[in-house]
Design a protein around this ligand. Sequence first.
Ligand code: NAD
Length: 479
Amino acid sequence: MTSGQFDNYIDGVWVGSQKRITNVSPSDTEDVLGDYAQASVEETHAAIAAAVAGQRGWQATGLEHRYKVLMAIGDELLERSEELGAQLSREEGKPLAEGRGEVYRSGQFFHYFAAEVLRQMGDTADSVRPGIEVETRREPMGVVVVITPWNFPMATAAWKIAPALAFGNAVVFKPANLVPASAVSLTEIISRQDMPAGTFNLVMGSGREVGEALITSPAVDAITFTGSLQTGKRIAAAAAANLTKFQLEMGSKNALVVLDDADLDLAAECAVNGAFSGTGQKCTASSRLIVTAAVHDAFVEKMCERMAQLKVGHALDAQTQIGPVVDAGQLAQNLEYLELGTSEGAQLVCGGEVDDSKGYYMTPALLVNSHNAMTINRDEVFGPIACVIKVADYEEALATLNDTQYGLTAGVITRSLRDATHFKRHARTGCVMVNLPTAGTDYHVPFGGRKSSSFGSREQGQYAVEFYTEIKTTYIRSA
Ligand code: NAD
């Protein structure tokens, strides 16, 4: 690779390209991270073919070797979390602490799934026919395509690639074009491991070209995707045509419910963290704040006080709490949603300001007097905007929470065990948080949603095995 130019990785070789994109920091559009190769459709097919061949060798590799490879990847991510975290923050815009934390977490995913390599057990049973034994064991799917969004460039890749490799699959990885630097760094680490050529491939490029070539290929055995609902639906249709196994993690419209008996300092802390960390660009962000009438005004006052203290700025500035929005298109869309919200009758009480600096900065915005039917409370905005919805009581809060096409996370702030327990059971979401922000999840337990937020088996923890393996049932004449 030439300095400042970064290539794709296909069949164990770095492959350049005439076609490249420039990776620019959202904190300062004059700060260029480099030029990144764009794979052609032919190169994408070559990566799939390499993965088909490489997978056979990888599956045959002993368990201890696979364990060591995953541990080594995890070790390096942990050791280099400062350096790679800074790079991640520079290209995506999240504050340094979040960038470092994400790389560290990515290492933990590799460590977790290294341990899973050694925990692959089958079952045995007697047949209903005498003299015959039955066994079931899991086998790798084969070639797994990993397609990721830009908001967690390292972690989303890690929580898919680690289990795919752990269970003996080959991988073709297509990251989002806004964040190729993290993808190349992860690939460099993986490329130094002792693995058969073709076991891991990186193909950078657009969804229209590279993505389509991947999802329409009959040689692919499974597609794991995180991204928008619209792309998820397209992947479902393409995968269905070939009967390829697929798993989708998509958008959401999460709500934090604040009840009459809530600790309002905790409520405001959870709301600010859940709505605005990562600049609100999280699938788990609390973009709806459903608050009972008795505490509504006091809650809004506390929110505005806290939001006024938030330091918005350059991702690499140690003081920054909220980084820039990821690009010009996302910033323009955020401002359109703010305008739409106010035109529908909501009232902007704080934030929503932009400046004319060289980054895509926007102060976190809070809208009040909003109701659940408004477009800003139906669409996933994916920016630092939260809307307060005033409700009479717990029953109305729960009904409002569930009145959405999405269902990823839900939070409740209450001192009542009865309400918390009822909420935990009746929130129609994949994850529920009690007296915690809606964002922020662990790496050793399942993650995913309901309704239009997810499709297919759960990711992460012991549940990941469902997606990355296939069960085989064998009958043996034993007498
Ligand atoms: P996106 O859907 O635009 O892109 C995601 C990925 O899909 C990118 O790599 C893109 O290039 C690729 N892609 C686009 N069109 C494709 C096609 N036709 N075929 C194959 N691949 C294609 O999403 P984004 O803007 O990068 O990310 C933001 C979205 O991701 C939000 O909706 C957010 O909620 C969602 N997200 C969900 C989770 C979750 O776990 N539920 C986590 C993070 C982000």
